[in-house]
Each structure stands twice: as structure tokens, then as C-alpha cells.
Design a protein. Sequence first.
Length: 76
Amino acid sequence: MAMDLKEIETLIKDALPDAKVEVQDLAGDGNHYSATVTSSQFAGKSKIQQHKMVYNSLKGKMGNELHALAVKTKED
């Protein structure tokens, strides 16, 4: 079962309340998404740590309901 982009956005914002989140459905199939996440909580963290924060916000759905998510993070 695929996830919709609003659900992805909500999960990320629940974990990172100050985040600005832009999610795009890359293939139009509900399985391949791209997310750009901007948050002050990324300050002082490496890109790997920032991406882990985003993936952790998805609560285990990555690889299950969510097949592919390309993540881009920015400090606010």
C-alpha cells in the first residue's frame, strides 16, 4: 500500500515541528517521492544525521508503505 505525499509531510512535521517540507511524487505512482526539508533542528548536524532525522520521522514506513524517498535537507 502506497503513502500519499500529505501523509509523508505530516509525519515529518510531527517530528520536526518547525520544518518547511516540500514533497513531490517523482513518478506519479505513489511510490517514488522527493522531500526537501528545512529546519533549525538541523543546525550543527552532518547531512547524514539530518537525513536520519527525516527517515526516523517516517516511523518505519520507509521500505514498507513508502518505497523510495530522496531527501534534501537544509538548515533554517
